[in-house]
Write a protein that binds this ligand. Structure first.
Ligand code: ATP
Length: 572
């Protein structure tokens, strides 16, 4: 396959706003790609070079890309900057400025070039390589190459769209589960595509966990009382709910990798935990999960989250890790010495985890009891709250680790659920409004937000949010949103109301709201017979949640359940 052919598919994808059509185009594309090309095709279509957990970045700012383009085309930097101010799309500008035919390069060659650019250390070398590459591309090809390099391809394709296309390719709808399972075990949709192309569906049926490929995390449902926990699970395990960083740790020999809740590679941020793992674990292959937080060694008490969170920084990590070393409270074992533990019942995983962590220092076992008594759940919960913890987690004893899914195998009971809608909601920003009155000078007065619908892989609106941010935050937000603004509504956004400016669904914010109400204006939970759900008096309580991808926002289903919960509480 040549880059030109791939670019033609990109062009077709850009023209459509229908998800079904998108999946069809992608199916064609994946069919066309050879086995050795297909993973690269997938990454490039997503605007990446590798799965995000590898942490490979181009390290080329728009400014540098403009410099390269200027050198390649012999057009002044100032001129290109002027064009960029006007249009905001370097890809389009590249297409216009490049007059030569290009060398009709193969996709594999261009991919390798792009990877070399990303892996080259010095800025000057990067730019030189980019100039060289641009000289070999036609304007049409350069348009997409540049967009990928500056991180703005934005075809509206996500991992879930690729999964749909792969199941079309595999031929039967029921194969989707097999594809999803493989994806949940490795978080690398390119790898899944490659296996499917090369080995057919049976290669995916045999798909195995590998150290170094994060397993998509199991998530918890929520309830509002101890009683419901026992009703749902019967005899179950209770653990305290630690408020720190959820980490998935991978160890192979002396090599350790750490992934965040969002499956980002975070190894460098936790040198103390890496060291602790190497000291505490004598096994060769291990994957386990836990929550990392700072504790006061003198008193054994947890430091507040504000102290733990300080670890999220670029500089000074070493000093911080000395001042506030973290402990990892381990709560699950997923893989040990070549054996897949995710398929085993919770209680078996737990027993093994207890064995694995017998003599450890940095790694600690999460506190756990087993009970079938409502009273005991209540006591455990009250005690956790008294100790300043957020709540408790209940776990079904015979459940496997359900990678990539949120269900009642794990249940969280948090303090805030008791009472009206005291819990916060994570929503995705879908667009913004220019704002009136005092805000109009900022150019932004509110955002349109939505929740995730995993069945359709779309974002459905629940509210407009116009308060909770400081003036500085609004300014910062506008700047970030302008970088991802779109000409029209994104293909994955389902909305009845329009925004002044549509953006790519990328940023998650946490909001608090007094109540969830029914509203015909919003699409979350809306059916032919019933109106949607809306947040009443929403206000932002966080700036952008970097630990959450848009698909990690709350779902339509959860909003529905919160609505039910709130009704139940008010009736009681
Ligand atoms: P979620 O991770 O479910 O999307 P969230 O980020 O808003 O939601 P919470 O609702 O507070 O987090 O609760 C779930 C999180 O609790 C887990 O992702 C994990 O990080 C954390 N956690 C703390 N203690 C435990 C435990 N003992 N077992 C499992 N998870 C725990």
């Amino acid at each position: 396959m040549t880059l030109r052919e791939l670019a033609e598919y990109f062009h077709r994808l850009e023209q459509t706003t229908s998800r079904l059509e998108m999946a069809d185009i992608l199916r064609d594309l994946l069919e066309r790609a050879e086995g050795e090309e297909v993973d690269k095709v997938v990454y490039l279509t997503l605007g990446e070079l590798m799965p995000p957990f590898r942490g490979v970045e181009f390290g080329i700012s728009e400014k540098l890309a403009i410099e390269a383009l200027s050198k390649a085309c012999g057009v002044k930097v100032k001129t290109i900057e002027g064009l960029y101010k006007e249009r905001g799309d370097l890809g389009e500008i590249a297409q216009e400025l490049i007059k030569w035919q290009g060398r009709s390069l193969s996709l594999l060659k261009v991919y390798q070039e792009l990877l070399d650019i990303a892996l080259t250390r010095g800025t000057l070398d990067k730019v030189m390589r980019l100039i060289n590459l641009l000289k070999g591309l036609s304007g049409f090809e350069a348009k997409y190459a540049i967009r990928i390099i500056v991180g703005k391809l934005r075809l509206g394709v996500g991992d879930a769209t690729i999964i749909d296309a792969l199941s079309l390719l595999a031929g039967y709808k029921d194969l989707k589960q097999t594809i999803e399972r493989a994806y949940n075990l490795c978080s690398d949709i390119g790898l899944v595509a490659k296996k499917l192309k090369e080995g057919g569906i049976s290669a995916l049926e045999d798909f195995k966990i590998q150290v170094g490929y994060p397993i998509r995390m199991a998530l918890a449902e929520r309830v509002s009382s101890a009683e419901e926990i026992i009703k749902k699970l019967g005899r179950c395990a209770l653990e305290v709910k630690y408020d720190g960083f959820r980490l998935q740790v991978h160890k192979e020999d002396q090599k350790v990798e750490i992934y965040s809740r969002n499956l980002e590679r975070m190894t460098e941020m936790f040198p103390d935990i890496v060291k602790g793992i190497l000291e505490d674990l004598s096994f060769k292959y291990v994957i386990l999960e836990g929550e990392a937080l700072a504790i006061n060694e003198e008193t054994g008490e947890f430091y507040p989250f504000q102290i733990t969170i300080q670890r999220k920084r670029k500089y000074g990590i070493e000093e911080y890790s000395k001042e506030y070393p973290l402990k990892l409270f381990c709560f699950d074992l997923l893989y040990l010495e070549g054996e897949d533990y995710t398929v085993k019942p919770f209680i078996e995983r737990r027993r093994k985890l207890e064995e694995v962590l017998r003599k450890t220092n940095t790694l600690k076992l999460s506190e756990m009891i087993i009970t079938d008594q409502v009273k005991e759940v209540e006591n455990f919960f009250e005690e956790a709250i008294t100790r300043g913890l957020e709540g408790i987690m209940a776990k079904r004893l015979d459940a496997p680790y359900t990678a990539g899914s949120r269900n009642f195998n794990w249940i969280k009971l948090k303090r805030s659920y008791k009472g009206s809608l005291a819990d916060t909601i994570d929503v995705v920003i879908l667009g913004y409004y220019y704002g009136k009155g005092a805000r109009s000078k900022l150019g932004i007065g509110g955002v349109l937000v939505g929740v995730y619908d995993p069945q359709r892989d779309t974002f459905k609106t629940v509210s407009k949010v116009g308060s909770g941010f400081t003036e500085e935050e609004w300014i910062k937000l506008k700047k970030l949103l302008d970088e991802i603004k779109l000409e029209h509504k994104h293909a994955r956004v389902d909305s009845l109301i329009s925004a002044d400016v549509w953006v790519e669904p990328r940023y998650v914010i946490t909001v608090r709201s007094d109540e969830i109400t029914r509203s015909p204006l919003h699409t979350a939970g809306r059916t032919i017979e019933e109106p949607g759900y809306a947040l009443r008096f929403p206000r932002a309580v966080s700036f952008i949640r970097e630990d959450k991808a848009p698909e990690d926002a709350n779902t339509v289903e959860e909003i529905k359940r919160l609505y039910e919960l709130q009704r139940k509480v008010s009736i009681e």
